[in-house]
Design a protein around this ligand. Sequence first.
Ligand code: ZN
Length: 153
Amino acid sequence: MNIEKNKVVSINYTVKDDKGEVIDTSEGRKPLNYIHGLGYIVKGLENALEGKTVGDAISITVKPEDGYGVYSNDLIFKVEKEKFNQINNLTVGMQIQMQTENGPMIFSVAEIEDKTVTIDGNHPLAGKNLHFDVSVTSVREATQEELDHGHVH
Ligand code: ZN
């Protein structure tokens, strides 16, 4: 069975950055299961897996625009520090959820100054090339219930 939309796919994967540092890997864990075609994994990887089958292995580089996005300065904001008064131990690198015009969004705290806090809405992997080594360990039909829920059971 080949990988196509609405198939449940299991993969072993390792993803590295341009320096060869491992960003994430399934090694030592169970394979990652996902429903193909729903955008659960980054677009560049999903496209590369289309049509593959059990036993296939691929090595690909996914560019930021097909990965976690291009780094955007428009997603960096300075906010009055007093808005964060309810948060204990506000620290650089902390992830916080904030309401925006487009709904809730995750930001990381980039800088803390006397009166302002700089927050960054870019994904931590935005702007990075992603070097994937992936092998396909299983492909099967999704059940109706899985499709209804949008996730693997
Ligand atoms: Zn479910």
